[in-house]
Design a protein around this ligand. Structure first.
Ligand SMILES: [Cu+2]
Length: 303
């Protein structure tokens, strides 16, 4: 028999999210048009989250911030309309000479403080989650250059490192998104905690993958870090998100999340330094993921 359970935090979040979405008229429609890991035509809102952190970021935005902004804006608009109608010269020819109202002044100070406190609780919870790094299964180092990313896999020794350049329009293969696909993809295993150590060689860049909720500045002479644990195999795209010069828009990030066996094959191929072997592994992984996408009803070619 189902008893009356105390509402858990995740239950509370689910209820808040559902009510907010119906309140604002956002259906599942926007999500169904979207694809994983990249922006899609006519979609709005966030890319589909594939990490817990990304999920929480979107919940915070959709269930807390957006409704509060809408409610406050409507309230202020209503006040403006009310004042404009009630206290214009025609309706109110002799204005009141009052200049203070203690109760009102107390209220318009305390209410915003309370609203900020309400925002602060989930906000700090999220912040802790983002910066409380779980023990890593894998460390990847990302180095920003004008204008490409370089990656190293320190766990695998000095041999595994490569540069990742954007694929120019003329060289795109079917399914590869323009301005996002790169020649060498970052490969990581699924459901593993990945720490990304980020730095830069010249100016400040920023390593960002929206579906992971990962974003951190790449600062020359410093190491910053972000982490993610992707729960779904596939390709996830991001972009440099700090203005870094003329080709800032052309240094994207491609992360391919694969199963453990595929990751082992890939890292062995990388260690061997044999580019043909790496290419062969990537081809296998791409066709495997293609097949999975087809089965899942994501008919578009692999990305
Ligand atoms: Cu950059």
């Amino acid at each position: 028999m189902a008893g009356i359970a105390m509402p858990s935090w995740s239950n509370t979040k689910a209820v808040l999210t559902a009510s907010t979405f119906s309140l604002l008229g956002f259906g599942a429609g926007s999500a169904s048009a979207a694809d994983y890991g990249k922006p899609t035509d006519y979609a709005y809102g966030f890319q589909i989250p594939v990490t817990d952190v990304a999920n929480d970021i979107q919940w915070f935005h959709n269930a807390i911030l957006t409704p509060l902004i809408v409610i406050i804006s409507l309230f202020v608009l209503a006040l403006l309309i009310y004042v404009g109608m009630k206290f214009n010269e025609k309706a109110n020819p002799t204005p009141s000479k009052n200049s203070h109202n203690s109760v009102l002044e107390f209220a318009w100070t305390v209410v915003p403080v309370l609203i900020l406190l309400i925002i602060a609780i989930p906000s700090f919870r999220l912040l802790y989650k983002q910066y409380d790094f779980p023990k890593p299964d894998l460390v990847v180092k990302a180095i920003g250059h004008q204008w490409y990313w370089e990656y190293q896999y320190p766990d695998a020794g000095d041999d595994v490192g490569f540069e990742s350049y954007m694929i120019e329009d003329a060289d795109l293969k079917p399914g590869q998104p323009r301005l996002l696909a790169t020649d060498n993809e970052v490969v990581v295993p699924v459901n593993k905690v990945v720490h990304v150590l980020v730095t830069a060689n010249d100016v400040i860049h920023n390593w960002t993958v929206p579906s992971f909720g990962s974003k951190t500045d790449a600062v020359p002479g410093r190491t910053t870090a972000t982490w993610f644990k992707a729960t779904r195999e596939g390709v996830y795209y991001g972009q440099c998100s700090e203005l870094c010069g003329v080709r800032h828009a052309f240094m994207p990030i491609t992360v391919r999340v694969v199963n453990d066996a595929q990751y082992d094959r890939w890292i062995e191929a990388r260690k061997s330094g044999d580019d043909d072997a790496v290419e062969a592994v990537m081809k296998d992984i791409a066709s495997y993921q293609d097949e999975k996408r087809k089965l899942a009803g994501l008919a578009k070619p692999a990305n």
